[in-house]
Design a protein around this ligand. Structure first.
Ligand code: SF4
Length: 371
C-alpha cells in the first residue's frame, strides 16, 4: 500500500543562480496549474480509498519550487485535499522560503495540520545570498524561524549549502554558529554542485577541490555531532530522532505518490513522472510514464546505504528475487571492513560513508556483470 505523497509546486518568484530543479517564474500559470493538480490529487486519493477503506498516508511532503509562494486561500484548499486521508500519526512537511512566508501563512499551515516546516536558508551571509540569487536576508531567515515557533511548529528543518569556490573554513564556521543558535530539529546541508543547466553552471566552471571540500565536510560533522545532532544520511542531521520521515521511507524503498508536474512517484510498477512540459500538464495533455531505464534493485541499495538505517536484506531479497550475498560477493568482500550487519540490515560505517560513491559504483559494475 502506498503510504506517502509528494506534491511538486514548481513556481518561484526568482530563479536562484545554482538551480536546476523543475521550476518556473511564470506565476500567471499558478491558477490553471492549481486546478489541474487538485483534480489529480482528489481523483487519485478517492480511488485509493475506494479500493481500500484503510488507505491512509503516513507522510505528505509539499516541495518545489516554492510551496510557500501559494496564497493562503490556495494553501488551505491544497491541505483540504489531504486531511481526510491522514493516518492517526503522520508527518506533513512543507518547504518554505523566508521571503514568501509570514505569520498568517504559518498559522494557516499549522492549523491545517502541517507539522513540519523545511526552510530554504542556504547561508546566513547576505553577500553570498545575493550571489546565489536568493531574495531573503539573514535577518529574515532568523525571523522566519521565530514566527514558525510562534505559529506552533515544533519540528523545523533548515537547508544550508557549503563548498562555494571561495568559501573559507571561518565563513562556514559563521554559518554553523548561526544555524546552531536557532536550535532547530533538523539540518539538510548540501555541497554546491555546478549544474550545467543553472545560471552559475554557465558562468563558472571551477568547483572547490575535493580536499578543501572534505575539510569543510569534517568541520560540519564535528560541529553538528558535538551539538547533539545525529548524522543519519549523507546530507542530513537530526536532533532527538527528528529524522525526516518522508525521505527515510523513500530511502527505504517505500512507495509514494508523485503529484504535479516535476514530481517523481513510485508504485508497484516502478518510478513514474509526468510526460511533456508544465504547459502540457496544465492543459491536461500530460500522462504518467514509467522510467524504463530504472534499475529498482540497485536504486534500493543506493538509497538504503546512504542512511545509518541501512538496507533490509530480507526485504530486498524477497522483493527483487535475488540473494544479495550471492549477487554481490566481490563488492561485499572488497569493502568488508566498511560494512556492518545489524539485525538483518546491511550498513556502512563512517569510513564507508566517505567512499560511498566508490562502493556504489562497484555494486553497479558487479550488478551489470551478473546480468
Ligand atoms: S527557490 Fe529552489 S526551486 Fe526555486 S529557483 Fe531557488 S533553488 Fe530553484
Amino acid at each position: 500500500m502506498i503510504a506517502s505523497a509528494y506534491v511538486h509546486i514548481p513556481f518561484c518568484q526568482h530563479i536562484c543562480t545554482y538551480c536546476a530543479f523543475a521550476r518556473t517564474a511564470r506565476l500567471d500559470w499558478i491558477e490553471p496549474w492549481f486546478n489541474q493538480c487538485v483534480s489529480e490529487i482528489q481523483t487519485t486519493l478517492q480511488e485509493a480509498r475506494a479500493k481500500d477503506e484503510n488507505f491512509a498516508l503516513q507522510t505528505v511532503y509539499f516541495g518545489g519550487g516554492t510551496p510557500s509562494l501559494l496564497s493562503v486561500d490556495k494553501l488551505k484548499k491544497l491541505t483540504d485535499c489531504f486531511r481526510p486521508y491522514l493516518a492517526d500519526e503522520y508527518e506533513w512537511t512543507i518547504e518554505a522560503n523566508p521571503e514568501s512566508i509570514d505569520e498568517k501563512k504559518l498559522t494557516v499551515l499549522h492549523d491545517a495540520g502541517i507539522n513540519r516546516l523545511s526552510i530554504g536558508i542556504q547561508t546566513f551571509d547576505d553577500a553570498r545570498l545575493k550571489q546565489l540569487g536568493r531574495h531573503h536576508s539573514s535577518h529574515q531567515a532568523k525571523e522566519c524561524i521565530r514566527m514558525a515557533r510562534k505559529a506552533g511548529f515544533g519540528n523545523v528543518s533548515v537547508d544550508l549549502m557549503y563548498g562555494f569556490l571561495d568559501q573559507t573554513p571561518e565563513q562556514l564556521k559563521q554559518d554553523l554558529d548561526a544555524f546552531l543558535d536557532l536550535d532547530v530539529e533538523h539540518l539538510s546541508i548540501y555541497s554546491l554542485i555546478l549544474e550545467p543547466d543553472s545560471i552559475l553552471g554557465r558562468r563558472q566552471t571551477e568547483e572547490m577541490d575535493e580536499q578543501q571540500s572534505g575539510e569543510l565536510f569534517e568541520q560540519i560533522e564535528t560541529r553538528l555531532e558535538n551539538a547533539g545532532y545525529t548524522h543519519y544520511e549523507i546530507s542530513s542531521y537530526a536532533k532527538g530522532n527528528r529524522y525526516g520521515l518522508h525521505n527515510v521511507l523513500i530511502w527505504q524503498d517505500g512507495l509514494y505518490y508523485g503529484f504535479g508536474y516535476g514530481a517523481i512517484g513510485r508504485n508497484e510498477h516502478g518510478l513514474y513522472h509526468h510526460t511533456g512540459t508544465l504547459k502540457d500538464y496544465i492543459e491536461g495533455k500530460s500522462r504518467l510514464e514509467y522510467d524504463e531505464d530504472a534499475n529498482p534493485w540497485f536504486d534500493a541499495i543506493m538509497t538504503g546505504l546512504r542512511t545509518i538505517f541501512g538496507l533490509n536484506l530480507k526485504s530486498w531479497n524477497e522483493k527483487y528475487g535475488f540473494d544479495f550475498e550471492t549477487r554481490y560477493p566481490k563488492t561485499l568482500a572488497r569493502y568488508a571492513d566498511s560494512f556492518q550487519h545489524k539485525d538483518g540490515y546491511l550498513c556502512v560505517d563512517c569510513k564507508g560513508m566517505e567512499i560511498l560513491d566508490t562502493i556504489l559504483v562497484d555494486f553497479l559494475m558487479e550488478d551489470e556483470s551478473a546480468g
